[in-house]
Every structure is written in C-alpha cells, then in structure tokens.
Design a protein. Structure first.
Length: 317
C-alpha cells in the first residue's frame, strides 16, 4: 500500500521546489540589531548586494534590543520574506537569560547561511613581559589573578574569547568590564589593563605604532588582516577558536526550496569581489556556508560556549 503515499509525498516535495522557483516576487525584510553595529553593517552590505541580484528590494529593519529581532522573525510567516541577520549571541541567549528568552534558537528558526565571521586579536600592552601566547600563559600562571583583561559588554565576542582562553589555558585572568569598546581600548593603551581580545581594525594602527603587541588571532586559520600573526591555537592553546559570527536565519518551517534559493543568492553575493573587499576592510572574513554547515557550527557553539557561560556564571546585562 506504500504506493498510495507517493502522490502526497511528491506534492509536498513539489510545493517546496516550486516555492523556491517562484521566490521572490515581493520585497524581503532583514531584521537585525541597532544602527551602527556589526550586525547593521553586515545586513546592509548583504541587502544591497541581494537587491542588485534578485530584482527585489531588500530592506534592513533595525531593532535596538538584542532579543527583539529574534522575537519578530520567530513569529513571522515562514515564506522567506522576513529574515534575521544575527550575531552568535542569538543562539547563546538561552544560556545567558534562561526562560526570559521568548524563542528557541533551534526550534523556531531555519538556518540559511553563516555569512561572515570576525576574528579577534589577542593583544597586550608592551609593559607586559610576554611576546608570545606561551609566555603570556606562563606569566598568568606565575601571577594568578594579577593580569586584567578589558571587554566592552557582557557576552561580547571579546569577553567570550577571553573566557574560552581562561578555560582552555587554565589561567586566572580578571575581567574589567567597560561600557564601550573605545573606553576599553583607552585603558589598554594606558596600561590600566594588561590585555584584551579585540577586533583587528580597531587595533591595527596601535599595533603598527608599537603601542600594542599582538600575540595571536582567535580564528582557526591565519587572518588576512594580519597574515604573519599565528593563531592562538598554533601558538599555545591547541583547539582554541573564537570570533563573532554573523548569520542569516529564516522562520522555522520555511520551505526547503526557499531556504536553498536564499542560500544560493547569499553565497553568490558574498563571493562577489567588491563585497569580499568591503568585509575584509571591516575586519570580517567570508564564510558563506550551506544551511547544514551552519547548523553544525551553531550546535557546536551552543555546546562549547554554553558550558563556558555556565561555568563562568555569565549572565546578560
């Protein structure tokens, strides 16, 4: 009697494929965080590229609170016309806010692509007697609790990178929290704190001038902005990897055909030379993953960083 199920199955498959073929036939909205941040920059570059390629207007909808974009998109119709451009904090919110989060990042969203990632650079003030990651670890172990690191905002990429470093290198370094990246950098330059995990463009001039000493990059592979700088993993903490990921997701139950069409167009946009250059100048590197690859990364980060957040007792501001 199995043959009786075949037409229904084919109907479902055709619905998904046909939806992808006709999509899009009206404007697309990308919901993201507040104006001026990394999410906003990433969303606007992608939106402009998509608009040029697909013949439909792609609009960026900025929302200030970190939880609001996820709340909007998780409840949107699953038709591919409302998407979210989110940093990795989206799938870490349940670990930071618990039951206060009004959505489930796995159940309520369909992964589309991990678009770009922004590595951090581990830098120290030159007064620190360490010229390598291994020397920094040795110094931190010799002086537990005496080295301070700066980070702007709870659960920022620099904060989490430092906590992963602490856990994997088995060192006791102390966090000093700042309200802004500028304030955190100012105190690092003044040696009020000794080290930090920061974005490449923000510290490139100070590395060039010698006011800060770079020890490693947090990505798994060498960083195009500092190609001669070793990775933290290769320089003393095997397996270390951290960075700020930016991804596109759709509401759960969006037809597979539409997901694959969006992914195809996003990958095409992200691999355009002018788009790659814009992101490289902003310190980001193109990933342009498949939906499945992104889902694996998201699950891995939830496992690894979820444990770090729990062990360190980190709660969202």
């Amino acid at each position: 009697m199995t043959w009786r199920l075949l037409p229904a199955g084919l109907a479902v498959l055709c619905a998904g494929v046909c939806a992808g073929q006709s999509y899009p036939d009206k404007p697309i909205r990308i919901v993201t965080g507040g104006v001026g941040g990394g999410s906003d920059f990433t969303a606007r570059v992608i939106a402009a590229g998509l608009t040029n390629n697909i013949g439909q207007q792609v609009i960026v909808d900025n929302r200030s609170a970190s939880v609001i974009p996820g709340q909007i998109v998780s409840k949107a119709p699953p038709d591919g016309y409302t998407l979210i451009l989110a940093p990795g904090i989206l799938w870490l919110l349940p670990f930071l806010q618990g039951s206060q989060v009004p959505f489930d990042p796995v159940r309520d969203f369909a992964p589309v692509t991990l678009a770009v990632t922004t590595p951090n650079v581990l830098v120290v003030n030159p007064v620190v007697a360490a010229s390598s990651v291994k020397e920094l670890i040795a110094l931190a172990k010799a002086k537990p609790g005496e080295l301070n690191y700066s980070s702007p905002g709870t659960a920022s990429s620099g904060h989490l990178a430092a906590e992963v470093f602490k856990a994997m290198a088995h060192v006791n370094i102390v966090r000093v929290n700042y309200k802004s990246g500028g304030a955190a950098l100012t105190d690092l330059l003044a040696a009020q704190v000794q080290l930090s995990f920061v974005t490449g463009p923000s510290v490139a001039p100070h590395i060039k001038s010698g006011r800060l000493r770079p020890l490693g990059v947090t990505s798994a592979r060498p960083y195009a902005l500092f190609p001669a700088l070793p990775t933290v993993a290769a320089a003393g903490v095997p397996g270390f990897e951290s960075g700020q990921n930016y991804a596109i997701l759709a509401p759960a139950n969006t037809p597979t055909g539409i997901i694959m069409r969006i992914n195809q167009e996003l990958v095409r946009v992200l691999n355009q030379p002018d788009i790659r250059e814009k992101f490289m100048n902003g310190g980001a590197e193109i990933v342009a993953s498949s939906p499945g690859q992104f889902a694996i990364v998201m699950k891995s980060e939830m496992t690894k960083l979820g444990k770090v957040i729990k062990d360190a007792g980190i709660r969202a501001d």
